[in-house]
Design a protein around this ligand. Structure first.
Ligand code: SAM
Length: 345
């Protein structure tokens, strides 16, 4: 089994049976070896540095009805909010003072936050924080809209493909959404020149090992600059309320595979991992991740951005808890970097 790991490290690719063997592997020695190799590759490219991104959850209103997501349109139990431009700029200001040089605006596909509004917000951040990277994670838009945001000053875009398999995509999403549209959006983002991030939820309902091999093959072809991988965690007010959460082990295996496949990719250790286990954040880093995204959203709204049950948003998850995060990283031999941390730098 370790020969698959060595081959992936050397050649940055494997035949499907190699990926499959790693995905189903539960041998502790082999997994420790896989994570060590991924860690070494991450350290060879980034040293002990972990980049921080300040996450601002700008709205929990969404026109979509994704079956897994707590902020889906059909969830009548949730208290909705959207941040004003002034509040977003305040979040950026607080983040800047703490040392953040990337702001990530993430939210539901909220029709009230029109393209004009997004464009003007990006322009305002760009003007006030010219040395910062602006990342958007606002879902599916037209190519023209993506272009407008880019030309106004956005640098990066995160849009997980969630699953590459069209049938599985259909099981996770309502009929009006399609895998084809999602992949088209990703292609546009890359053509426009964004540093583009994609990724999946691990252990989403109906996901098989074959699906994961398809996801790996897609990421290998697409070569995103950022890869977001987190376990699926059920939300009580969704059709998947009683589904089982994705596993920590399989999420870590995928993190390591992607690190070995794309050595200089920016890979966050996600909030979902930290929600699944108290030491999830650290375990992600030790499996090859090199980014963390503490929450800069106003405290009173944070609890309302409930994508899944018990989503972590305090302590090391919070921007104001940066000191805790620093200590956690130091304890495993890493340090927080306040550089912008662009791809390829
Ligand atoms: N609307 C934008 C989009 O769809 O890309 C950004 C917000 S969306 C809520 C961000 C990500 O949250 C999704 O890509 C999905 O992978 C993740 N997510 C949603 N529900 C989740 C769940 N129940 N468990 C784990 N991750 C979830």
């Amino acid at each position: 089994m370790k020969t698959w790991v060595d081959r992936l490290r050397q050649e940055q690719t494997l035949p499907p049976e190699g990926y499959k063997a790693l995905l189903v592997c539960r041998d502790a020695d082999t997994l420790a070896y896989l994570h060590r190799q991924a860690r070494e590759v991450s350290q060879a490219h980034f040293g002990p540095k972990i980049y921080i991104r300040g996450l601002i959850e700008i709205s929990n209103c969404c026109r979509n009805n994704c079956c897994y997501c707590g902020i889906r349109k059909g969830n009548a139990q949730i208290e909705r909010y959207r941040l004003s431009r002034e509040t977003i700029l305040d979040c950026c200001r607080q983040g800047y003072e703490l040392g953040f040089r990337t702001f990530v605006m993430q939210g539901g596909e909220d029709p009230a936050q029109s393209s004009d509004w997004i464009e003007e917000t990006v322009a305002a951040i760009r003007k006030q924080f010219p040395d910062c990277a602006i990342t958007l994670s606002l879902g599916e838009k037209s190519k023209e809209e993506y272009q407008r945001f880019f030309h106004t000053g956005a640098n990066r875009y995160l849009l997980r493909h969630e699953t590459y398999n069209p049938t599985h995509y259909g099981q996770l999403h309502p009929a009006e959404m399609s895998q084809h549209t999602r992949i088209q959006c990703l292609q546009w983002l890359q053509e426009i020149g964004y540093q583009t991030g994609t990724g999946i939820m691990v252990g989403s309902p109906g996901q098989t090992t074959e699906h994961l091999v398809e996801d790996i093959a897609f990421i290998e072809r697409f070569r995103p600059q950022m890869i977001g991988i987190g376990p699926f965690i059920p939300h009580r007010d969704t059709p998947f309320a009683t589904s089982t959460a994705g596993s920590m082990e399989q999420t870590l295996i995928l993190l390591s595979i992607f690190r070995l496949m794309l050595p200089n990719a920016l890979i966050p250790s996600t909030t979902a991992l930290a929600t699944l286990a108290a030491d999830g954040r650290e375990r992600g880093i030790l499996a090859g991740a090199n980014v963390v995204m503490p929450n800069l959203s106003p405290r009173e709204e944070r609890q309302k951005y409930t994508l899944y049950n018990n989503k972590a948003s305090l302590g090391a998850e919070a921007a104001e808890g940066l000191a805790i995060l620093k200590k956690q990283m130091q304890a495993i031999g890493y340090e927080i970097s306040t550089e912008r941390g662009d791809f390829g730098n």
